[in-house]
Design a protein around this ligand. Structure first.
Ligand SMILES: [Zn+2]
Length: 325
């Protein structure tokens, strides 16, 4: 079984405060809704003529404060408690999407692998569960180059995890994170974490640097897959619009980490590099999603991450989609 492991493996955000060094990741318990017997990690849907499958790469997470940087402490704790969520750790999903169109299999987001903790890297098992191997993937498109979106590009032995795939990444992110030494002082995490974060990015993309296709957010990658500028979180972050006939699916990448803190409450994600620009992108795209009643896939939302955005008097609300068999 293929596993993508970075040298910076075990990059886990400390819990309960920025300065604590204790690792936060834990196996979900029954009390948290876990199931020792295992559950499926894929979910099929169609967008017009395009067949699609949400493939989970597993879980990451960290202190809730990281993802709700301007939330008053007591209010954040109360909101998490009311959502039956732990107050010391926010779990995030890794919902990659495989689309099959015009005879090509295109993976949207590579996933984290183990670059951000031991609960990532499940995409290969989930690919196998739908009868596919990594060499069956023709194209990988990443919304931005944070480790949880590019981590699986590299196998443990340094080779390409998707050996036949052409990889597309936003040019502005490539320039910022890979061609330069990025200043990550804006991230509300310990310095050691920032260093590993930057190293994990470079290491993850190393096998695909030759032959990388750099795109401008806004470009159409293939017919049926358009990128939309969603700048601010990173210099080049894109959203994806998958479309066929009258059907569309909007992938919001990291505009929001968790619906509870970034949609139902409009707290700002700490990892947003330019918080004003990110906020403007979030409002513009959420407004579009709400006005057009677009089906939405949130990369980090509770699996499978599908739902719709509702505009309310005070902001937005996330409405998860019903599971369909
Ligand atoms: Zn992310």
């Amino acid at each position: 079984m293929l596993t993508a492991v970075s040298a910076a493996a075990g990059l886990i955000l400390p819990t309960g405060g920025m300065a604590l060094a204790q690792a936060a990741s834990s196996t979900p318990s029954m009390a948290q809704g876990g199931n020792a017997g295992g559950n499926v990690g894929y979910y099929r849907l169609s967008i017009g003529d395009i067949s699609a499958t949400v493939l989970s790469d597993g879980l990451i997470g960290g202190p809730p404060r990281v993802y709700a940087s301007n939330a008053p402490e007591a209010e954040l704790e109360e909101v998490l408690r009311q959502a039956f969520l732990p107050t010391d750790h926010l779990t995030l999903n890794l919902n990659t999407l495989l689309i099959e169109t015009n005879g090509r299999r295109i993976l949207l987001e590579a996933g984290a692998g183990q670059t951000m903790g031991p609960q990532g890297g499940r995409i290969f098992d989930n690919l196998a569960a739908i009868g596919l191997r990594p060499e069956d993937i023709d194209v990988v498109v990443v919304s931005h180059t944070h480790p949880d979106h590019v981590g699986n590009l590299r196998m443990a032995n340094g080779g390409k995890a998707f050996p036949r795939a052409t990889v597309f990444a936003p040019r502005a992110d490539w320039d910022f994170f890979i061609r330069n030494d990025p200043d990550l002082s804006y991230m509300p995490v310990p310095e050691d974490f920032r260093r590993h974060f930057a190293a994990a990015i470079k290491r993850s993309v190393e096998p695909v640097t030759n032959g990388i296709e750099l795109y401008e957010a806004g470009a159409e990658i293939v017919p049926g897959l358009t990128t939309l500028p969603a700048l601010g979180h990173t210099p080049g972050m894109a959203n994806f619009l998958v479309h066929s006939g009258n059907d569309q699916l909007l992938l919001t990448a990291d505009l929001a980490y968790h619906p509870i803190v970034n949609i139902d409450h409009s707290w700002l994600p700490g990892p947003d590099r330019d918080k004003d620009t990110a906020l403007a992108s979030r409002r513009r795209i959420f407004d579009m999603a709400a006005a057009d009643r677009l089906p939405v896939l949130g990369f980090h939302f509770p699996f499978p991450g599908l739902g719709r955005m509702l505009k309310t008097d005070t902001g937005y609300a996330w409405v998860p989609a019903n599971w369909q068999f």
